[in-house]
Ligand binder design. Structure first.
Ligand code: MSK
Length: 655
């Protein structure tokens, strides 16, 4: 598959450099495969293809000229709604399975079964215990851990429909809990919510689009519960992120080191890999390398980046490209958002692709069964595979792009509050609230979500952040959005000085200097991986509680300009359910049903305060996000601003 201009595929210069190599050598990538899929099926794109039984697939004619019902009699609204709910259920299953894995690790740790793990952040553990009213005084750490593991696993086991899951009940603002409770949207059990979503969308079950979408909102909140417990318990285990300076983009790959990429989402193995790689430095030197160079890809990359300052090579869509440098010796995979093509690309080089999760194997990859009980042994086995691969390198094929940007990362909610506390120790949130009230900060936007071949990689993220920051909107990011900003140099003080509007710049500078950074906070605050979107909920909850308001009152918007996965669909849905205006830059498969589209964009606003707004043009999306923030400011009785022209400054230097 050939194309004309790799810069159309990605705005990342490292990606385009590697894509030219792929093109020249005939190596397939996500972009060439996307081109080969054109034209994509219009029925699937609009959600009008139903495949849930073997009488089908059934198609609904979008223009009304052909069939308007599936063979069972389902209409377009039922078909579209069922499909969306199944996407949400799958996203919730993925996040919560990650969370369950972490909770079970805590349970085993509390029983003294895991020699390679410990509670690295006791303060965070105590804060979690306080939130859940678990006693701390005079108790062994293992007892507290056991209680927290048990109450977390209860969220997967509770059979009392009227008792909401523990983590949401202990974490969301009271007005939001009350509203969601009255609407019957608070889940009682994560697993049951997923199962009920699959059950109600089976042939011959729920055929009321409104009822289906309400079920979707409920499973979306179950997803949030799973994300929240995964993030918070990971912090207790591995440390709560604090600001750290690192680097991003493919230039972080080192010619003279054994380069190992960690890719996926779950930090349970990657944390141990980092520890053992340091221990095995001498073995790396014995084969002529300077050592092991652990680098991150996608959200496992974000996990180790925000906690340890491990450099990030790239985000989701370009995950095949580190292999094309010819200097990646191993890629270690855990779960989610991993391309099955990796072994095929690696076949063209010496790279060892290693799967590690029993439920996530890839044909052509080497599998090492990861078990927390044997974590360090597993990590040693994996690093030895990388070491052997390094010996097979072909130096003539090494081609590492000469670009890496600095990135200041690690802005957990605790880190943001701590930085604000340097300005006002007695009332840390006051500087943020005061500046929002005064209009120096108009509001905040959380950029979350993926990459998607339907857009030029990363470009909408960059355009939107620059446009909104220029208008004094605080920019937060997680997941592949955060990867985009890190790669492009927008997580730097230089970016703040270049792109922030005057009010935002003054606040970021005052806080950054008070926090001892010797300059402003970075333009975009990296909050972590996509599961860490729950950190933004914690921050919003803290603000809402301080103001005595609900999340739906705050000038905060969520945006996923390149949304792609089922996880992104469910994240967007819980953002709506919490009351946030939620921008999507790619069209979800709902265009075939005006009823479902209206439910998500209009009815939801009346019901829960949040709503989806789909806008694929970044320039228009910026204006809509800004307008949504102004609407919330007006609701709070705060002064509002108009969009107006702003000329973003251009060009950040390469390092
Ligand atoms: S990895 S869910 S492509 S953000 Fe978390 Fe990126 Fe989206 Fe996967």
């Amino acid at each position: 598959m050939s194309c004309l201009d790799c810069s159309q595929c990605s705005t990342d210069p490292c990606a385009t450099e590697m894509l030219k190599i792929a093109e020249a050598e005939g190596i397939g990538t996500a972009w060439s495969r996307a081109a080969a899929q054109e034209p994509q099926c219009g029925f699937g794109t609009t959600g009008l293809c139903c495949r849930i039984c073997m009488k089908g697939p059934c198609r609904i004619d979008p223009f009304g000229n052909g069939p308007q019902y599936g063979i069972c009699g389902a209409d377009r609204d039922t078909i579209v709604a069922r499909h969306m709910v199944r996407m949400m259920a799958s996203g919730a299953a993925a996040h919560s399975e990650h969370g369950r894995h972490i909770a079970l690790a805590l349970l085993h740790l509390s029983k003294g079964e895991l020699k390679d793990y410990e509670i690295r952040d006791v303060e965070k553990l105590h804060a979690i215990a306080a939130r859940h009213k678990v006693a701390v005084e005079g108790r062994e750490l293992s007892e507290i851990v056991r209680d927290l593991a048990d109450l977390t696993l209860w969220d997967f086991q509770n059979q009392d429909y009227s008792a909401p899951v523990n983590w949401l009940a202990a974490s969301l603002p009271a007005p939001r809990l009350e509203k969601l409770g009255k609407l019957g949207l608070l889940p009682h059990n994560i697993d049951a919510s997923v199962a009920q979503s699959m059950s109600r969308t089976h042939l011959g079950c729920d055929a009321d689009p409104t009822n289906l979408i309400l079920g979707g909102l409920r499973v979306a909140l179950a997803d949030l519960d799973g994300e929240m417990l995964a993030t918070e318990l990971s912090d207790a285990l591995f440390g709560t992120p604090t600001p750290t300076v690192t680097r991003a983009n493919l230039g972080v790959i080192k010619r003279d080191a054994i380069n190992i990429a960690v890719n996926g989402h779950n930090p349970l193995l990657s944390e141990i890999i980092c520890d053992i790689a340091a221990d095995m430095e001498d073995e790396a030197k014995a084969v002529g390398a300077t050592g092991f160079n652990v680098i991150g890809v996608c959200c496992t990359g974000n996990e180790v980046m925000v906690r340890r300052g491990i450099p990030l090579a790239t985000n989701y869509l370009s995950q095949e490209l580190p292999i094309l440098t010819g200097a990646l010796d191993a890629m270690i995979l855990d779960v989610q958002c991993i391309m099955p093509s990796l072994p095929r690309v690696a076949e063209c080089f010496h790279t060892q692709i290693i799967t590690t999760d029993k439920q996530n194997k890839i044909a052509g990859a080497t599998h090492v069964d990861f078990e927390e009980h044997h974590a360090s042994e597993n990590a040693k086995e994996i690093l030895k595979l990388a070491l052997s691969a390094y010996k097979r390198r072909d130096p003539k094929r090494i081609n590492i792009p000469n670009l890496q940007n600095e990135a200041i990362v690690g802005f957990s909610t605790e880190a943001i509050v701590a930085a604000l506390g340097k300005v006002n120790a007695e009332d840390p949130l006051a500087p943020l609230v005061d500046n929002i009230v005064a209009g120096n900060i108009q509001g905040a936007v959380l950029f979350a979500g993926c990459n998607n071949t339907k857009t030029q990689q990363d470009s909408a993220y960059l355009e939107l952040a620059k446009a909104l920051a220029a208008r004094d909107i605080l920019v937060l990011a997680t997941g592949c959005a955060a990867g985009a900003y890190a790669k492009a140099g927008l997580m730097t003080q230089e970016a703040t000085n270049t792109y922030a509007g005057p009010g935002l710049k003054a606040v970021l500078t005052a806080v950054g200097e008070a926090a001892g950074l010797g300059g402003p906070l970075p333009l975009v605050l990296h909050m972590g991986s996509c599961v860490d979107n729950s950190r933004a909920v914690s921050l919003a909850t803290a603000l809402a509680n301080k103001l005595g308001k609900d999340i739906s009152d705050l000038p905060i918007v969520a945006s996923a300009p390149e949304a792609m996965t089922e996880k992104a669909v469910v994240i967007g849905t819980w953002a709506v359910t919490l009351g946030l205006p939620t921008h999507l830059g790619t069209m979800p498969p709902v265009a075939g049903s005006q009823v479902v589209a209206d439910l998500l964009t209009t009815t939801a606003k009346e019901l829960v305060g949040g709503y989806m707004m789909v806008e694929t043009d970044p320039a228009l999306a910026g204006e809509k996000i800004f307008a949504a923030i102004q609407e919330r400011r007006a609701g709070l009785g705060l002064p509002t601003a108009t969009w107006g022209p702003k000329a973003p400054a251009s060009g950040l230097a390469r390092m």
